[in-house]
Design a binder for this molecule. Structure first.
Ligand SMILES: [Zn+2]
Ligand SMILES: [Zn+2]
Length: 368
């Protein structure tokens, strides 16, 4: 299959639309006509060296589409089914998977290249070069071939243009609150970083019954959105010290803090903003070369403060995505409103420029 995709050819280069050649699906793979794919910060990390990528590579990991072809051993899907893609195609039999932690599947070892277990590639460019397939997906493309285990079925009446954020940022943010931090009703919380994940942390805090939600970001234009989505306070982190402001509001810190950025300084701020017994949850993926975070370990022990990482919302996407789709149908969470602008595939560089300028909650590519 030949289809257009947005290729990265090297570090700090713009996305370029190219025709790519996809293998037919193997026995345990499916071909998907991609309908929409969210523009997520993790894809940006692939462009600038934060993640150790090889090039050329095709990114895009928050996609939804319609099954167009299936390998002969695929039993869970048929042509025409609507699916959301998971960026962790859980194998079901490694140690993490059998312990109910499919988001930590051993397949994560090949997450950046997306190569098959036998080392072969599903995508080649016109020159015949092998193309890496970020997260086994590469959904900044009109079409993909992915493992069956990277597909999550959704009800056929859902509109694929409205729900792709359920493939990454919704489970990541909501799940961090309810699965990883296990926020108790009546709690107080801080979230730093209002991208798509941060707004989903706010959604999760509302679901969990938090009584005080403080949101912080360096983009002051996020304030009204933050308040509309349920935050009680907004801190302009470009002008104010977040920890000082949290102390002014709460007197002694919050119960829970969430880093939705992935920077050591912010992870440290989260710990400082919690009071005794508080828990900081680190969601944002830090650059690969960040190995240290400044922490007062004296306080952490004597104040019994915790810090914990969370991946994909702390639960298997095969558990979380259906759960969130049910919550969406019931009106408990919002998905449509997370997407504040759609772009065509060839506008992908504009979409990332807008993301970096803080103009959207989530931008989304629509392929048709
Ligand atoms: Zn596994
Ligand atoms: Zn993402």
């Amino acid at each position: 299959m030949i289809a257009k995709g947005a290729i990265l050819s090297g570090l700090n280069q713009a996305f370029k639309i190219q025709e790519l050649e996809w293998d037919d699906p193997r026995d345990d793979e499916v071909g998907i006509r991609v309908q929409a794919c969210g523009v997520c910060h993790s894809d940006w990390h692939c462009t600038n060296g934060d993640y150790p990528m090889q090039f050329p590579c095709l990114t895009g990991h928050e996609g939804g589409g319609v099954i167009e072809s299936v390998g002969q051993n695929v039993t869970r899907f048929k042509v025409g089914d609507k699916v959301v893609m998971s960026w962790m195609p859980s194998c079901g039999h490694c140690w993490s998977c059998v312990n109910g932690q499919g988001q930590l599947c051993d397949r994560g070892a090949n997450l950046l290249t997306g190569v098959r277990d036998d080392g072969t590639y599903r995508i080649h460019n016109k020159k015949g070069d092998k193309v890496d397939q970020f997260a086994f997906l590469g959904a900044f493309s009109e079409y993909v071939v992915i493992p069956e285990d990277g597909c999550i079925a959704i009800d056929q009446d859902f509109d694929l243009l409205k729900i792709p954020i359920v493939g990454c940022r919704a489970p990541t943010g909501v799940g961090a609150v309810i699965n990883t931090a296990k926020v108790k009703p009546g709690s107080t919380a801080l979230v730093i970083g209002l991208g798509g994940v941060g707004f989903n942390v706010i959604q999760g805090l509302k679901v969990a019954g938090a009584r005080l939600i403080i949101a912080a970001d360096i983009a002051a234009n996020k304030k009204q959105w933050a308040l509309d989505w349920g935050a009680h306070h907004f801190i302009d982190a470009s002008k104010h010290d977040v920890v000082e402001e949290v102390m002014k509001i709460t007197g002694f810190g919050v119960d829970y803090a969430f880093d939705a950025i992935g920077k050591g300084a912010v992870q440290s701020q989260c710990v400082k903003a919690t009071h005794k017994g508080g828990l900081s949850t680190w969601i944002g993926v830090a650059p690969i070369d960040q190995t240290q975070v400044e922490l007062n370990t004296w306080n952490m022990t004597l104040y019994q403060q915790g810090a914990i990482g969370t991946c994909y919302g702390g639960a298997s996407p095969f558990e979380m995505v259906p759960q969130l789709m049910g919550m969406y149908r019931s009106g408990i969470i919002k998905l449509d409103e997370l997407i504040t602008k759609y772009y065509k595939l060839d506008q992908i560089n504009d979409a990332f420029a807008d993301m970096l300028a803080g103009k959207n909650i989530c931008g989304c590519l629509r392929m048709y």
